[in-house]
Design a protein around this ligand. Structure first.
Ligand SMILES: Nc1ncnc2c1ncn2[C@@H]1O[C@H](COP(=O)(O)OP(=O)(O)O)[C@@H](O)[C@H]1O
Ligand SMILES: [Mg+2]
Length: 341
């Protein structure tokens, strides 16, 4: 394996220390992905430069020009504090003719815009929950012909930002209140979807033109109180204590009829292609009791932490964590950016 100069690009506040020793869990949680990836890049024998950025593209340019990395490992999830601006950083890397890992700017843009993404999926006849959009600040008129419950989320934020039990609304009044919450607190357009009751699955994808689909992973809540919804709220994703209380875990999906799993795999491939994604991604689905599949969203550059869904599902087919990181580097090096043609 060739030794590479790898510049790990990440949020200024998430640059990990060299050791986890003595750090409390709550702190580690913040930069665990960055830590795991950097540690593994070193173990793989690559030269590593950790570069933290927040709002100055000059820092990136300077590092590219002076350090001349073979590849940038893109761990950035926002710029200027804006989640969807990560796509512009990927664009900037392309303008600098700099190979990088993960998704290309077009894929990032299409996937982050949940509304545009749903419109594209609809064109390809890929089932996604029916929806309406409320543009930030516009008058909130509940849809006339909707059957409740409905689900209110941000049209562009991820990581379940703003999602709680209150996201499930039962009446037009609750809908108005919740959309207003997104205007006021999350400050993005609100996306209102039909609420899909059922099991929740995640599917990892690796590849550029040809996508490799990893085993189907399921979100389980083994101690969910009777009648509570099994949704991945912000607390379910990020609060250890809450996870313990609900018995949250993810594992390879069991008891899936062959026909259903084949469909989910096929859909994952089609979504990856439809959104022009490259590198690696994770697709989110919900499936009803009568086996209707709905694509919730496509996540480019998903959580790469050791022990998280993507790494675990790769492990299940014999791709160890260090191989996964190396494969992601290889895919980044092989990606045919327009400037190479
Ligand atoms: N239409 C829906 N019906 C039921 N649950 C949903 C729906 N949309 C989202 N959810 C729940 O909210 C979680 C987060 O929504 P998602 O669209 O994946 O956004 P994020 O980018 O925050 O992960 C999902 O994992 C799922 O549990
Ligand atoms: Mg999601």
């Amino acid at each position: 394996m060739k030794k590479l100069r790898v510049m790990a690009l990440m949020d200024e506040e998430l640059v990990p220390p060299d050791s986890m020793e003595g750090r409390p869990d709550e702190e580690i949680l913040n930069w665990k992905t960055e830590y795991d990836v950097c540690q593994t890049l070193r173990e793989l024998g690559h030269d590593l430069l950790k570069l933290g950025v927040s709002n100055d593209s000059g820092v990136i340019r300077k590092a590219l020009v002076e350090w001349k990395p073979n590849i940038v490992f893109n761990l950035l999830e926002e710029f200027h504090g804006v989640a969807v601006y990560d796509q512009h950083v990927a664009s900037y890397l392309e303008l600098m003719k700099q190979p990088y890992t993960g998704c290309n700017p077009r894929g990032l843009m299409l996937a982050h815009d949940k509304v545009l993404c749903k419109q594209i999926l609809h064109y390809h006849r890929i089932p996604t929950p029916q929806f309406v959009v409320y543009e930030l600040g516009s008058k909130i008129v509940p849809p006339k012909k909707a059957s409740y419950p409905l689900f209110v989320k941000s049209a562009t934020e991820d990581a379940s930002f703003g999602l709680s039990k209150k996201s499930i609304v039962q009446t037009p009044e609750e809908l108005v209140e919740r959309v207003q919450f997104f205007y006021d607190e999350v400050k993005t357009d609100a996306l209102v979807e039909e609420y899909i009751e059922g099991r929740e699955f995640y599917v990892g994808v690796l590849g550029n033109r040809r996508a490799q689909i990893l085993p189907i992973w399921e979100l389980l809540m083994t101690k969910l109180p009777e009648g509570e919804p099994n949704i991945a709220t912000a607390k379910v994703k990020w609060d250890y204590q809450h996870q313990k209380e609900l018995g949250v875990k993810t594992e390879e999906a069991k008891d899936l009829p062959k026909e259903l799993s084949t469909k989910i795999v096929r859909l994952s491939k089609r979504i990856y292609k439809a959104l022009f994604m490259t590198g690696y991604a994770r697709m989110d689905f919900r499936v009803t009791a009568d086996d209707r599949i709905f694509a919730l969203e496509a996540n480019p550059n998903p959580n790469l932490s050791y022990g998280e869904d993507l790494a675990e599902s790769a492990h299940a087919v014999g791709i160890e964590y260090n191989e996964l990181i190396q494969q992601i580097l290889n895919l980044g090096l092989r990606y045919r950016a327009a400037w190479r043609e």
